[in-house]
Design a protein around this ligand. Structure first.
Ligand SMILES: Nc1ncnc2c1ncn2[C@@H]1O[C@H](COP(=O)(O)OP(=O)(O)OP(=O)(O)O)[C@@H](O)[C@H]1O
Ligand SMILES: [Mg+2]
Length: 311
C-alpha cells in the first residue's frame, strides 16, 4: 500500500474532499487519509506513507520538525519543509528579479524597535540614519509597506507620502518590513501552480471583502497575457521549489508584476475560492499527489540547498 497523508489545521472542505477524491480514483495500491501523528522518535517509522500534504506546519512548529524527519525517511512532503523554513518574501522578490520576472522595486528595512534581547549595541553595523531620501526616490509613492515574512494582510500599509511612511513605520515594532513600489493595477490575478505544471488563473479583486474577492464571471484574459502568466507561474514555483502554491500578479498597463508568490498552504476552501476554482484545485492536487505516491521513496543523501536545487 502507498499512502498519502493529509496534515491539516482548521480547514474542512478541501482536505475532506481531497481524501474522498483520491480514494474514489480507484488507483491500485494508493490510498489517502488524515495521517495521525504521535510523539516522534528520531528514527521513526512512517509505515506506508509515501506522501504527506502539509497544510498547517506554518502554525505548528512540531509538525514542521516532524516533516523534515519524514523527508529524511523517504516521504515526499508537499511543500518541502526545508524551503518553507528558509524562505521569506524579500528573498522571493530578489530571486524573481534574477530569473527575469517583473517585480515591484523593493527595499528591505531594518526593524524599527529592538528585537528581544538586543540593545543599541547589537545594531552597530547599521547605518544611522538610513539613506531615507535615496530609498524614497527609488521606491516612489504610492508605496506598500509590509512584513518581509507573513501573510493574511497583517501589517500591510498603503503609503502616499513620507509623513505617512514614518507614521506607520513607527508602529511596526520589531517586525522586519519592506517598502515596495505600489503597482496601480487595472486587474489582479491569483493563480494556482500545482506540480510545476498545472496552472489555473483566477481573477481576484483584493479591494473587495473576503467572500467576494474571487471574481465571478471574469472577463476574458488577453491571450498574450494569459500565456505569460501561465509560463511565469511554472517558472516561479520551480525556482522556489514549491509544488503547491499560489502566485499573485498585479497587471499594470498590460504587464504582470508578481506581488505575492510564497504561499505554500494556499487557501483552497470552497467557501472563499468558489466552486469552480475549488474543483479545479481538487482535481489537480489529487492527480499530482497520486503521481507522487507512485514514485519510489525519496533517497536524499544530503540536505544542502544545492542538492534540492538539482531537482
Ligand atoms: N506592491 C504592491 N502594489 C500594489 N498592491 C499591493 C502591493 N503589495 C501588496 N499589495 C496589495 O496588498 C495585498 C496584500 O499584500 P500581500 O499579498 O503581499 O500580503 P499577504 O499578507 O501575503 O496577503 P494574503 O495572505 O492575503 O495573500 C495584495 O493583495 C494587494 O492588493
Ligand atoms: Mg497576497
Amino acid at each position: 500500500m502507498r499512502k498519502i497523508g493529509i496534515l491539516r489545521g482548521q480547514e474542512d472542505s478541501f482536505p475532506d474532499a481531497l481524501i474522498q477524491r483520491i480514494n474514489r480514483m480507484g488507483v491500485e495500491d494508493v490510498q489517502a487519509d488524515f495521517i495521525e501523528i504521535d510523539g516522534v522518535k528520531e528514527a521513526p517509522d512512517f509505515g506506508d506513507y509515501r506522501v504527506i500534504l502539509d497544510r498547517i506546519s506554518q502554525d505548528i512548529p512540531f509538525y514542521r520538525s516532524m516533516l523534515k524527519n519524514a523527508m529524511l525517511n523517504g516521504v515526499r512532503v508537499v511543500n518541502n519543509p526545508f524551503w518553507w523554513s528558509a524562505d521569506d518574501k524579500f528573498f522571493g522578490y530578489c530571486l524573481l528579479r534574477k530569473i527575469g520576472i517583473n517585480v515591484p522595486r523593493t527595499v528591505l528595512l531594518p526593524n524599527r524597535d529592538h528585537t528581544p534581547d538586543t540593545d543599541a549595541k547589537s545594531y552597530r553595523n547599521l547605518k544611522y540614519p538610513l539613506s531615507w531620501e535615496d530609498i524614497f526616490d527609488y521606491i516612489g509613492f504610492p508605496a506598500f509597506m509590509k512584513p518581509h515574512a507573513g501573510g493574511g494582510w497583517k501589517h500591510v500599509y498603503k503609503i502616499h507620502n513620507r509623513e505617512e511612511f514614518f507614521h506607520y513605520y513607527n508602529q511596526t515594532g520589531d517586525l522586519c518590513m519592506m517598502l515596495q513600489e505600489g503597482i496601480e493595477f487595472e486587474r489582479y490575478y491569483r493563480c494556482y501552480g500545482i506540480g510545476y505544471q498545472h496552472v489555473w488563473l483566477m481573477e481576484y479583486d483584493p479591494l473587495q471583502p473576503h467572500h467576494l474577492r474571487y471574481v465571478r464571471n471574469p472577463q476574458p484574459i488577453p491571450s498574450g497575457l494569459e500565456a505569460q502568466m501561465r509560463n511565469e507561474v511554472t517558472k516561479i514555483c520551480s525556482a522556489l521549489g514549491y509544488d503547491f502554491n499560489t502566485v499573485e500578479f498585479a497587471i499594470r498597463d498590460g504587464v504582470p508584476y508578481a506581488i505575492d508568490f510564497t504561499n505554500p498552504a494556499p487557501d483552497c476552501d470552497i467557501h472563499s475560492v468558489t466552486e469552480e476554482n475549488f474543483y479545479w484545485v481538487l482535481d489537480a492536487a489529487s492527480q499530482y499527489l497520486v503521481e507522487l505516491a507512485q514514485q519510489p521513496p525519496l533517497d536524499f543523501q544530503e540536505y544542502r540547498w544545492s542538492h534540492f536545487l538539482q531537482r
